[in-house]
Design a protein around this ligand. Structure first.
Ligand code: PXP
Length: 237
């Protein structure tokens, strides 16, 4: 069974809708840990649309499992990571207008920027993962950039409307996990995973962690955070 890291960004999205101080992603992270989450993920975006610097600072002090900071490979974010010292950083692409992260990081196409960020973070003692599409070119570039882990983008799998497309995407993910291992990198997966589709991904040998946000936060509205996490642990267990 892979470990489950819960992304609490969208708790902050609800808070930001009113500009007040509730619901608090810090409290959600605490409840997620009580429900059995193995780690907490937050994405500090350049436009601060959900998670704020304050959240990250407090989470660093309160998260008892593992704090994974998703961020763009920019100088601003690298400086923040070096100061806050999350347990790990996941470098992701970022466009201001996107609703959510659309596709993986083009490591091959932005090799200089990405590898510089990987080196700087690694030098600071922070473990680095790269969020990439399950493509041979990106895996190779990630290995060359010195990443310790790759998070495979499962969005295409999650959004596939036909069974053959879903199956083909699962096969692609499986092959990429093997390639990553061959290059000495660990593997996680995430994006678009929910209570109906996370099971087959969890069964893939070699995927150590799943990073899941929107579906757990959505379910938490109905059944509470701890229960939503417990139910997801059953799905991937
Ligand atoms: N992994 C990465 C790198 C992401 O950017 C996101 C979305 O913030 C997730 C996982 C979680 O995706 P979802 O919210 O669709 O579960």
């Amino acid at each position: 069974m892979p470990r489950l890291n819960v992304n609490v960004d969208h708790v902050a999205t609800v808070r930001q809708a009113r500009g007040g101080n509730e619901p608090d992603p810090v409290l959600a992270a605490y409840l997620a840990e009580l429900g059995g989450a193995h780690g907490i993920v937050v994405h500090l975006r350049e436009d601060r649309r959900h998670i704020q610097d304050r959240d990250l600072r407090i989470l660093r002090e309160t998260v008892r499992t593992k704090l994974n900071l998703e961020m763009a490979a920019t100088e601003e974010m690298t400086a923040i990571a070096r100061e806050i010292r999350p347990d790990m950083v996941t470098l992701v692409p970022e466009k201001r207008k996107e609703l959510t992260t659309e596709g993986g990081l083009d490591v091959a196409g932005n090799f200089k920027t990405v590898s510089r960020a990987v080196k700087e973070l690694t030098k600071a003692g922070i473990f680095v993962s790269l969020f990439i599409d399950p493509e041979a070119e990106q895996i190779k570039a990630s290995g060359e950039a010195g990443a310790g882990m790759v998070e495979l983008h499962t969005g295409t799998y999650a959004e596939a409307v036909s069974e053959p497309t879903r199956e083909a995407e699962l096969i692609k993910i499986k092959k990429t996990v093997k390639k990553a291992a061959g290059l000495g990198m660990r593997t996680s997966a995430g994006h678009g995973l929910n209570y109906a589709n996370a099971g087959p991904v969890a069964l893939i040998q070699g995927i150590e962690e799943l990073n899941i946000g929107h579906s757990i936060v959505s379910r938490a509205l109905m059944v509470g955070f701890e229960n939503a996490v417990r139910e997801m642990l059953i799905v991937i267990g």
